[in-house]
Design a protein around this ligand. Structure first.
Ligand code: ADP
Ligand code: TYD
Length: 235
């Protein structure tokens, strides 16, 4: 399949964690399930995470929702860079995201890995595919993938759900809600980031369970499709 042939609704290498683990010799940590939501800014990730968390709660599945960049001290530096208050080189920013992610995974207070060990399902608004896509615009994607390889070895998502939205639509949604534009929210940038996401999915399709949904629809319809694709993991 070439990059251009990937469309919303396609399932790239949708496989069970067990199959992926067997193929790769690595397993998802613990008993909890880890789902990552991905998409360009304004694609509706946080909205969909709320719907998904609601479904899980209805089924009495213990669930923790989280996001990247985090509110850790490393995340705080990242937020200052994204808002333009602090300047740095793009490569330094990409490395900071790796550090923030490692802390997100491993810190003892609310780290993802300890949660999964406890049997809690974790849903994250962004994970390493955000790095592949956003930093892949400025530097070789393989460098970014390799810089994140330890995170992938620690926790690989059971599924990465990509909400695919037209950059124009995403920007309209953002404009309704925010007073300032962050570093990555310009249209040309969002077009490039979306393309890099698709490139990353194609590159990683044998290693990852990637679910692409059409995000240019009402939130309820998107939530319905996401649950339809994920339900089998929670039976
Ligand atoms: P993200 O977390 O990806 O940045 P949000 O979930 O915060 O996106 O959504 C951005 C804005 O768009 C919010 O105001 C939200 O209410 C709105 N929104 C989310 N999903 C949809 C949708 N499917 N259709 C229209 N508006 C949406
Ligand atoms: P945020 O305000 O949280 O955006 P959103 O609500 O759209 O997720 O800002 C996160 C920004 O950081 C977003 O533009 C994507 C970018 N980002 C990276 O550049 N690299 C990364 O590894 C991650 C996780 C996010």
């Amino acid at each position: 399949m070439t990059m251009k042939n990937i469309a919303a609704g396609d399932v790239l290498a949708e496989r069970t964690t067990k199959e992926i683990a067997e193929a790769e010799g690595t397993a998802q940590m613990g008993k909890g399930k880890f789902i990552a939501l991905e998409g360009i800014d304004g694609s509706g990730k946080s909205t969909q995470i709320q719907y998904l968390a609601e479904r899980l709660k209805e089924r009495e599945i213990r669930c923790y929702t989280t996001f990247e960049p985090t509110y850790s001290p490393i995340g705080a530096v990242i937020h200052q860079i994204l808002s333009g208050r602090v300047k740095t080189d793009n490569r330094a920013l990409a490395a900071l995201f790796v550090a923030d992610r490692m802390d997100h995974l491993l810190n003892e207070v609310n780290g993802i890995a300890p949660m999964l060990e406890e049997g809690i399902t974790v849903i994250s608004d962004r994970y390493y595919f955000s790095s592949y896509a956003y930093h892949g615009v400025d530097m070789p994607m393989d460098w970014v993938i390799s810089a994140n390889s330890q995170c992938r070895d620690i926790v690989r998502p059971l599924a990465t759900v990509f909400i695919d939205v037209e950059p124009d639509t995403a920007l309209e949604r953002i404009a309704k809600n925010r007073f300032h534009k962050e570093l990555f929210e310009k249209k040309s940038r969002l077009i490039q980031v979306r393309e890099k996401y698709l490139e990353a999915f194609e590159k990683q399709k044998d290693l990852e369970n990637i679910i692409i949904v059409d995000g240019n629809r009402p939130p309820e319809a998107i939530a319905e499709e996401i649950w339809g694709r994920l339900e089998k993991y929670f039976l």
